[in-house]
Design a protein around this ligand. Structure first.
Ligand SMILES: [Mn+2]
Length: 469
């Protein structure tokens, strides 16, 4: 298992082709891709248990951590034949995705060569996706609250879990927060584990002004949010021992509870020192599969659970939107899931790289959105291609202005038409509705185009039709 400087190298059973080994990916430390591959090969014995049978998500930094990384779920082109994959429909990508399942050191080395610095895992395994085997408390401080405050909350949470007889495990995220993880028996649904985490968060929030347990409060400055929303099937957690794409090469590091104290910095645990530790703070993790059957703890109230779940779904909808934008730079609304305004439609003229219309319908607390390259059809009997884009917050209907250069969708946006709409029929692949605006009025339909072949990714393509009356 030696990485030489160039070419194909046998790692264990298979050959992995390494490229650009001298490329510096962490410029402030001068860490090269060679060192990153070396790190992952050495970390394999600690990581592979966590990666076993899970469909992973990558965040790649081909130009180093000073450039923005990009997320990748789909196995990249040129994947060696021996890399294991798992195919399934992705809600967020709205298409079939061939996920990587990384179960050997060669795959890990190959991922490192792709500059996949960040490797994230779902909380359930591919073989029983609806039944998680991990429960995640994502302890997320909002500035000016910091890691010290997250430490306080994690310790308070540990006490509560101890009282329930649950053994919990803590790790740094490599960013501003902490993860507290419970291995559980595969028996509960995500609805149940999510409700459990939400409930524990509420208990902590009742006892401390520092803690918030609800998504709508998650950005209140100076608080620590116990984020329960990670406990759904499509969400992921940064894998223990994964690097992060941050300046000082931090590692998401399992810790002993005794070592969790104020003054810790995420970058104290990094590519250089994490593997030097001799003890395994999470020893016995995979053997301690725990039950959550407690009287009154696992919320039995279905209605309450569905409320939590629908809030998560709404918020997930806006994650993609938030991920694409830097709100320090763009004046677009940050937005959040909100209620009301369900009947609003808006057409925005967007002078991006190519001029197009953005057509948006308010629905379920967000604006369902399509880009219409040739403009919304006005004449009865005409149709236009419409490409579904990420859900936007309701406030976006009011947005006009210029998105700065270098930002997603750079260019001017102004309202072209706005009004109300009435749904006749809303199905997954066909939406029929009436518009009443100042330019547009009458009956319209959006029809989802079928996949034309296995190779094409047409799942986002729709036709927008102005119906004949
Ligand atoms: Mn647009």
């Amino acid at each position: 298992m030696v990485v030489r400087k160039k070419g194909d190298v046998s790692v264990e059973f298979h050959k992995v082709k390494f490229t650009n080994l001298d490329k510096v990916l962490y410029p402030s430390l001068g860490i090269t891709k060679y060192q990153i591959i070396d790190y992952y090969i050495k970390a394999a014995s600690k990581m592979l248990d966590f990666l076993q049978d899970r469909a992973i998500t990558l965040c790649r930094f081909p130009d180093g951590v000073r450039r923005e990384g990009f997320y990748e779920k789909n196995a990249p082109k040129g994947k060696p034949y021996w890399v294991k994959t798992f195919r399934q429909f992705s809600e967020s990508a709205r298409r079939d995705v061939e996920y990587i399942v990384c179960e050997d050191v060669e795959t890990l080395a190959w991922l490192a060569n792709l500059a996949a610095l960040e490797i994230s895992i779902p909380l359930s395994k591919t073989k029983s996706q609806e039944k998680p085997d991990l429960v995640l408390f994502d302890i997320d401080p909002e500035p000016p609250a910091n890691l010290d405050h997250a430490v306080d909350v994690a310790l308070a949470l540990k006490l509560k879990l101890d009282l329930l007889g649950l053994k919990s495990y803590v790790k740094t995220t490599g960013k501003k927060g902490l993860h507290v993880v419970l291995p559980i028996i595969q028996k509960y649904t995500f609805k149940q584990t999510l409700a459990f985490v939400h409930q524990m968060g509420k208990i902590l929030a009742n006892e401390s002004d520092l803690v918030v347990a609800e998504f709508r409060q998650s950005k209140v400055p100076g608080t620590v949010y116990v984020d329960y929303m990670q406990n759904i099937r499509s969400r992921t957690m940064i894998c223990p021992y994964s690097l992060r794409g941050q300046e000082l090469a931090p590692v998401s590091t399992p810790l002993d509870w005794q070592d969790l104290r104020k003054g810790l910095k995420a970058e104290d645990f990094n590519i250089v020192n994490v593997l030097e530790r001799e003890s395994d703070p999470w020893e016995g993790f995979f053997e301690s599969k725990q039950s959550l059957d407690f009287e009154g703890v696992l919320a039995k109230d279905e209605e309450e659970m569905s409320e939590s779940v629908s809030e998560v779904e709404g918020a997930s909808a806006l994650r993609e939107y938030a991920r694409k934008r830097d709100f320090q730079r763009t004046h677009e609304p940050r937005g959040r899931l909100s209620r009301g305004g369900e009947h609003v439609f808006v057409v925005q003229e967007h002078h991006a790289r190519s001029l197009h219309h953005d057509f948006r319908l308010a629905r379920e607390g967000v604006l369902k959105s399509w880009a219409v390259p040739k403009g919304v059809p006005e004449e009865a009997g005409t149709k236009r291609l419409a490409i579904q884009t990420e859900d936007h917050p309701l406030e976006y209907a009011e947005f006009e202005g210029t998105i700065p250069e270098g930002q997603y969708g750079a260019g001017m946006v102004r309202t072209w038409d706005k009004g109300t709409y009435k749904v006749k029929n809303w199905r997954k692949d066909k939406i029929e509705f009436f518009l009443k605006g100042s330019k547009l009025s009458g009956m319209y339909a959006l029809i989802k185009l079928k996949k034309t072949s296995m190779k094409s990714y047409k799942q986002n393509e729709w036709l927008l039709l102005r119906m004949k009356e």
